[in-house]
Design a protein. Sequence first.
Length: 471
Amino acid sequence: MVRTRFAPSPTGYLHIGGLRTALYAYLFAKKHGGKFILRIEDTDQTREVAGAVDVIITALEKAGMHYDEGPIVGGDYGPYIQSERKQIYLEYAKKLIDSGDAYYCFCTKERLAELHEHGATKYDKHCLKLSKSEIEERIARGEPYVIRQNIPESGTSTYHDEVFGDVTVDFKDLEDNILIKSDGMPTYNFANVIDDHLMGITHCIRGVEYLMSTPKYNLLYDALGWARPVYIHLQPIMRDSQHKLSKRDGDAGFEDFLNKGFLPHAIVNYIALLGWNPKDNNEKMSMDELIEKFSIEGLQKSSSIFDETKMRWLNSLYIKEMSAKDFHAAAMPYYQKYCPDKGVDYEYLSELLQTRVETLSDIKERAAFIDAFDNFDTELFINKKWKTDVAMAKDLIDDCLACTNAPELNVALESLAERKGLKKGQVLWIYRIALTGAAATPGGGEEMVKLFGKTEALRRLEKVKNILATL
């Protein structure tokens, strides 16, 4: 059975790049009837942020990626949090020491710093030469130590990656990396190998930054007599042609974009296309369609540039397809934040805005007209296109009040234009400005009267009449 995993570090948020890695692992597993596993890689305790595991789990749920095994849901291969597996790693590290594929290292930070000061680019295997008796004595004395992998000093390693083909690395370019730290915790380089094997991971999907260090992992698999997984390395998501999408440069997390009013699956749909080509022209796909179409063959060797404008467009398609009820429910928090307690018909406002916003946060700008009347500016009556001005507004304001009381507002306004010898557009402009005080609204006069209610509409027009009377 195909088994893939997503193994994030609990650092406080889920990066878009991490979400895409999880998505590809999820899609591949589901495409082949397999299992998708969530594993928390918290070996670096200094970077862990309180509550970060909950953030990751919640993000996956919102994204529609339901993991089959992992924290909370459990499974047959737990624990699924690395800090709870400490003794497992120590057991296998000692096996590697016994086979000569790893060794104890007692070098101090000062000695390592001195090595680098003298131009060394990697560890010099100094402690590999220690005798068994000396090692035992130093451990008995309580000297701190780490356990290092014993990388061959010559030769090469070649392995196959499903995206990049055969990859060859010279052992002289690899360092004897640390497997077990002085606090007894494993490093990522060691824990990921042990856990991937023990959890039966068949396909390892991860970032391209691990492409050249994978031979280190393969040496561990071989030393322990284990089969290697299938490797699938992914290019990063870029902010531009030179820089990766980074939290330091602004929004880069899944929650960041949710907070900006993007819908969860619109984000998922968009990032699926950042590094994968579905081989057709369809860009909008449900999760079931993504699963059906996903293939390793569609993964790209080149990196992709994140285009928020493109994601906004895709998000707008999903918004337009929402039911009126669902859109209104999604929009209400934004009304409560940006235009609360205004006495308008919010359900009707949703009807007006649904086709006019690309993200839910656009509601802030699109609903700004609701407060525009409080700072009424008569200069808005001046419109070069329609050739309207303040004098025309003064002449029409009484008629605007009368039209508001008519059974059919648009018919009354059209009749008014005919009587005055004006274009219909001129009357509609004057009326809408008098009613809202805003140059842009999500609908004309009839829609605005329905939104505000006839009583409020008449109150506004009376107020404008009084303003105009003073000019």
